[in-house]
Design a binder for this molecule. Structure first.
Ligand code: GTP
Length: 403
């Protein structure tokens, strides 16, 4: 760890989760640390900055509050963030930079700002700063409500612009699946057993992060400052579904809250119509599913599948290596021993491989009903291109039905 580089912590979390409250608490207990604070607000009036100015008692001479308003540091204000952080770091009078992102900000692009050289502006923040901790704040009281609302940010008038079509649940998942510390805030508003269940699910979604429960934002500053926990590669692969794919762990049935996960893996394609019907009747006990699907009608391309609550997405993931010209296929097989090991003699790398995470999932039922969506032995001998394929245009309608 280079002591000359100024450490940075970033707070993400959906609107109203408690980021400003936590920030104020941490600043009020900062123990002499000279902190520069960057507060990002989507609107023109940076209310959070006012709250921090009033609540945190930053010293005018030693500290600084930078407002970044009217945009989001993960996209439209990314360049401003680069320049602002560079300026603060080069001033050399701060011990720490603490950033509060907007509620609709995604953590990955913010972390990238600190990790990669920005060629366009010639700024390499990694030479002057050290991203120390990515923190995600989750509102324990509203979580399930937001997760299952089926609403988009536009529906809630919270979008970054009219072309921002993100669903609330997808944003929540992005924030949870990329963090080093997850703060479950507003614990005063939720019964303990509900909290235990929620934490169990969140730990399944994000097994790497350190979990902290807080009430009214009371978080020990040491939990989010100078933790040294950030590592881009580890954070990028820390989602529960990736961990489950890498190393399937079968939670024993004794789990108090019935939270479990498993991988559905079959070397046989789905019949698109039957799969579509299955999805229309999505089992409510599955909270999160993610993986690759093989549709008989799209035999050359794997489909990337992602579900979180009522949000379902399916789209092309890329060509199966088995569908590539022979010389390319040989190249990949030589280059990737893992691919060669898993290679099927007939179908190559074509496979259905989906991680399912849920509460009280009936694994047998899920597996047997999904198996019925695979091609039958008779269908395997037919011309697959002639099967009806309602994907992907039906996906949008499907998402609506699930709400
Ligand atoms: N009951 C309770 N209320 C809380 C807690 N933490 C924050 N609040 C309240 O929740 C509301 C939102 O808190 P903020 O700290 O402004 O949340 P935020 O994440 O900064 O919100 P945005 O900046 O809009 O994204 C405020 O009214 C807080 O007083 C908590 O732990 N318990």
């Amino acid at each position: 760890m280079n002591q000359n580089k100024i450490p940075v912590s970033v707070l993400s979390g959906y609107l109203g989760a408690g980021k400003t409250t936590i920030l104020n608490h941490v600043l009020n207990n900062r123990d002499g640390l000279k902190v520069a604070v960057i507060v990002n607000d989507l609107s023109e009036v940076n209310i959070d900055a006012d709250l921090i100015r009033d609540g945190a008692g930053l010293s005018r001479t030693n500290e600084k509050l930078v407002e970044m308003s009217n945009g989001c540091i993960c996209c439209t204000l990314r360049e401003d963030l680069l320049k602002e952080v560079e300026k603060l770091a080069l001033e050399g009078r701060f011990d720490y930079i603490l950033i509060e992102s907007t509620g609709i900000g995604e953590p990955v692009p913010v972390a990238q700002t600190f990790t990669y050289i920005d060629e366009e502006h010639g700024i390499d923040l990694s030479q002057i700063c050290r991203l120390d901790t990515m923190v995600t704040v989750v509102d324990a009281y509203r979580f399930w409500n937001d997760f299952s609302s089926g609403e988009t940010l536009l529906d809630r008038n919270q979008a970054a612009g009219s072309d921002d079509i993100r669903e609330v649940v997808d944003l929540l998942i992005d924030q949870i699946e990329f963090c080093d510390v997850l703060i479950l805030n507003k614990c005063d508003m939720v019964e303990t057993d509900e909290l235990d269940e929620l934490e169990g699910v969140l730990r399944k979604l994000q097994p790497r992060a350190k979990f902290i429960r807080s009430e009214r934002g009371k978080v020990d500053p040491a939990a989010i400052l100078n933790t040294g926990l950030f590592n881009f590669d580890e954070a990028s692969t820390s989602a529960g579904w990736i961990k489950e794919l890498e190393n399937p762990v079968h939670t024993p049935e004794t789990d108090e809250y019935g939270i479990s996960s498993f991988v559905y893996e079959r070397v046989k394609p789905f019949h698109p119509e039957r799969l579509m019907k299955w999805m229309e009747d999505w089992p409510v006990d599955i909270v999160r599913a993610k993986g690759t699907m093989w549709l008989a009608t799209r035999n050359d391309m794997g489909q990337s599948f992602s579900q979180a609550g009522p949000s379902i997405q399916l789209g092309p993931a890329g060509y199966w290596v088995a569908a590539l010209p022979e010389d390319e296929r040989k190249f990949y097989l030589q280059d990737e021993p893992e691919l060669a090991r898993a290679w099927d003699a007939v179908y190559g790398d074509r496979i259905n491989k989906v991680v399912l995470i849920g509460i009280d999932m009936n694994r047998n039922e899920i597996e047997s009903t999904l198996d019925q969506c695979l091609l039958t032995d008779d269908e395997m001998r037919m011309d697959w291109s002639r099967f009806a394929d309602p994907f992907p245009k039906a996906i949008a309608e499907l998402a609506e039905q699930l709400q």
